[in-house]
Design a protein around this ligand. Structure first.
Ligand SMILES: NC(=O)c1ccc[n+]([C@@H]2O[C@H](COP(=O)([O-])OP(=O)(O)OC[C@H]3O[C@@H](n4cnc5c(N)ncnc54)[C@H](O)[C@@H]3O)[C@@H](O)[C@H]2O)c1
Ligand SMILES: N[C@H](CO)Cc1c[nH]c[nH+]1
Ligand SMILES: [Zn+2]
Length: 433
């Protein structure tokens, strides 16, 4: 990893240092994805099969898995993996079940009742990445909240060949339909529907740059579908001081670097000594990894930033807005109030990001590309819509009438005013009797 001195960089160099690699070829990706999305919308299954053959090298078989295929995949999943999936399931379900909000009902003034209710989003589509690794954990992160929210139809897709454990986890979570398709074409199919694929109202899930761009495009089209967030190539930023264990820091950086060559990992530390030790550790540990080449590629666009102190480390992290932020300092919780804009924060030496990726209970679907400045980690609320209800008594209307008619006058909206005065006339004539 390239070691850079923050103090020596000008504003442009600082911006460049914090730029994600996946963003550099975005114009090309936008145009490729736009063509894919338009063709799926207008040609349906025919285009879906064509792109599946082109990008995933599969040209036959059903897009939707049959009951027999699902049963066979579940039988092939090993008992050890089933037990691990169940353990993770329990923690993720516990954390998301606790996010249920009770409806709100109160009188803002006498006779004016205002209520806030929650309703599940009807049809949801889940995208489980499978291009370079079959992310079974993502099934749990996307499908458990969908089921807790009681979405009526939950469909899931993942690129071919879809792994047995993805099918097993989807079944465990009560997913209604499973499709073997991936990339931008899968997102477009779930957004618009095709002859074989059910249309959905909202699409969830992470993916590579093509998947994320497709989500963005379908969400901008009123005929398409809403989306959860831009959840693209994985990122982690580690803030560490000279008390940190360099081997732990290197292991955490590599755990995200191995996701893909477009992953980005960043170390921010006031200690040059630690940065050098981490660098040596990275080399040592890379030799033991099965995905060393992918991780090495990701490290090429990654940085160790030497800053003045932990205060500045927090400021750099806030500017970068990482998907994951790991804090390995003498007093990690003391930094929490200074930290903004991270998708998920991991405090202390004993909290590797891997636990959140798989099984602690928090959701691993998180905003990337700096969207953590405004977007949140995936939660139950994303699978629900809020709506309000109000009911006024005659006395309640009396108490609001002058305010509403005065404001309607100010806006020049006489029909609005009349909807109140016509009722006030009725109330007044009833009372006169
Ligand atoms: N942000 C999060 O919450 C989060 C969570 C999990 C994973 N991730 C990220 O998700 C990503 C998963 O990526 P992946 O590639 O392994 O799987 P993927 O399923 O997202 O993408 C694979 C698909 O990309 C399409 N594709 C491949 N090359 C293409 C090309 N040249 N043109 C058009 N389409 C092409 C193919 O159709 C293929 O099915 C990783 O970057 C990982 O870091 C993010
Ligand atoms: N780190 C990924 C989110 O960026 C999630 C994941 C799944 N499996 C392992 N990790
Ligand atoms: Zn991960």
């Amino acid at each position: 990893m390239q070691i850079v001195q923050w103090a020596n960089l000008n504003a442009e160099q600082r911006r460049e240092t914090l730029t994600r690699p996946a963003m550099s070829n975005s114009a090309e990706i936008t145009s490729i994805v736009s063509n894919i999305v338009n063709r799926i919308r207008t040609e349906g299954d025919r285009a879906l099969r064509e792109f599946t053959a082109k990008f995933d090298k599969v040209s036959d078989g059903d897009l939707r898995l049959s009951d027999a295929t699902i049963k066979a995949a579940c039988e092939r999943t090993t008992p050890e993996l089933k037990a691990a999936i169940q353990h993770a399931y329990n923690n993720v379900a516990t954390f998301h079940q606790a996010q249920k909000s009770a409806p709100l009902s109160l009188d803002t003034q006498a006779g004016v009742r205002c209520e806030l209710h929650y309703q599940p989003i009807n049809r949801v589509g889940l995208y489980v990445p499978g291009g370079s690794a079959p992310l079974v954990s993502t099934v749990l992160m996307l499908a458990i909240p969908a089921k807790i929210a009681e979405c009526r139809k939950v469909i899931l897709c993942s690129p071919p060949p879809i792994a047995d454990e993805i099918i097993y986890a989807a079944t465990l979570c009560g997913v209604n339909e499973i499709y073997t398709m991936g990339g931008a074409q899968a997102i477009a199919a779930m957004a618009y529907g095709t002859e074989s694929v059910s249309k959905t109202d909202k699409i969830f899930g992470p993916g590579n740059a093509w998947v994320t761009e497709a989500k963005r495009q379908v969400s901008m089209d009123f005929r398409g579908a809403a989306i959860d967030m831009p959840a693209g190539p994985s990122e982690v930023l580690v803030i560490a001081d000279d008390t940190a264990n360099a081997a732990f820091v290197a292991a955490d950086l590599l755990s995200q670097a191995e996701h893909g060559p477009d992953s980005q990992v960043v170390l921010v530390t006031p200690s040059v000594e630690l940065a050098n030790k981490v660098d040596a550790e990275l080399e040592k540990q890379l030799a033991e990894l099965s995905r060393a080449e992918i991780a090495r590629k990701a490290l090429e666009s990654s940085r160790s930033i030497i800053c003045a102190d932990l205060e500045e480390a927090c400021a750099i992290s806030n500017e970068y807005a990482p998907e994951h932020l790991i804090v390995q300092t003498a007093e990690p919780r003391a930094l929490l109030s200074k930290l903004e804009n991270a998708g998920s924060i991991f405090l202390g030496n004993w909290t590797p990001e891997s636990v959140g990726d798989y099984a602690s209970g928090t959701n691993h679907t998180l905003p990337t590309y700096g969207y953590a400045k405004t977007a949140s980690s995936l939660g139950l609320a994303d699978y629900q819509r809020r709506y309000t209800v109000q009911e006024l008594s005659a006395d309640g209307l009396k108490g609001l009438a002058t305010t509403v008619t005065t404001m309607a006058d100010a806006e020049g909206l006489t029909a609005h005013k009349r909807a109140v005065t016509i009722r006030m006339d009725s109330i007044n004539s009833q009372e006169a009797k």
